[in-house]
Design a protein around this ligand. Structure first.
Ligand code: OOG
Ligand code: MG
Length: 262
């Protein structure tokens, strides 16, 4: 049975307010077992509309659960997408206020900045690479609005795939001749290496995650606009952080980016 528009709005408002008030909630499928992934993306659209109405600008998109490490960590089995707003962006090296977050974790990712718009269906890795202006190292801070990061697929889609903050490096690298499959990634916390990985952890090639995003958007009548920043998904498992921590991601040939938590 499909959910009524008023119910979709209600769930979006609940998740919007949970983020604003820094308060966790139980996963939304507990109260709404009829929430399937299709309805969950409608909730995500409604959440986006609430933020845009508040003056947030849409800056890009993110893929999630694109690696086996993340799927296993979260107990789900399909990639998902969410949106990135101007309220999620943090400057390279800047401080993130933990008081504004519930239970943040960090992930090492590769960011794509799109020069050209892309439209599905059947988007290919080659089309993604040809449309990419540059690649940047990225850290995504995820902060599920659900108690103990416990969710199922519809619940995490509705919650904009736990999107919270992200930082990207400031030195743009071109795609030309770069081997995105064997590109090495190191995540450090407080000067210690905590996770390592290679690009291939993300669907065999992070560009494939962007192609999948384009096709998933197409299935819902949408496309990826030129100028979008796309986080292609965590290459490693997510690592919990707290006030006082600093984290750094280094990626072969793409340089590094970092954040401090205060
Ligand atoms: C969902 C978001 C996952 C990624 O890169 O895999 C994600 C979560 O694990 O809370 O952003
Ligand atoms: Mg992520």
């Amino acid at each position: 049975m499909s959910l009524l528009p008023a119910t979709i709005e209600e769930i979006a408002t609940l998740l919007h307010d949970a983020e604003r008030d820094v308060r966790d909630v139980v996963k939304v499928t507990d109260a709404q077992p009829d929430l399937d992934t299709e309805a969950a993306y409608r909730v995500q659209d409604a959440l986006r509309a609430l933020k845009l109405a508040r003056g947030v600008r849409l800056v890009g998109m993110k893929m999630g659960l694109t690696s086996f490490a993340k799927m296993e960590q979260m107990g789900v089995d399909t990639p998902i997408y969410g949106f990135l707003g101007s309220d999620n962006a943090v400057d390279d090296g800047a401080a993130v206020e933990t008081a504004a977050l519930i239970h943040p974790k960090v992930e090492a990712e590769i960011a794509f900045v799109m020069r050209d718009a892309l439209q599905g269906p059947d988007c290919t890795v080659e089309q993604v690479l040809a449309a990419t202006a540059c690649l940047l190292p990225a850290i995504e801070v995820i902060d599920s609005r659900y108690e103990n990061f416990r969710f199922d697929l519809p619940s995490v889609i509705a919650d904009n795939t736990s999107a919270s903050r992200y930082v990207i490096g400031s030195k743009a690298a071109t795609v030309d001749g770069r081997d995105l499959e064997s590109i090495g990634v190191v995540l450090e916390k407080n000067g210690q290496v905590v996770e390592v990985g290679a690009g291939a952890a993300v669907l065999g090639n992070p560009a494939r995650a962007v192609a999948m995003l384009v096709d998933m958007l197409h299935a819902r009548g949408q496309s990826l606009p030129a100028g979008s920043v796309v986080l292609s998904g965590a290459i490693t498992a997510a690592v919990a952080v707290e006030g006082g921590d600093h984290v750094q991601v280094r990626i072969d040939g793409l340089g590094s980016t970092g954040l401090r938590f205060v």
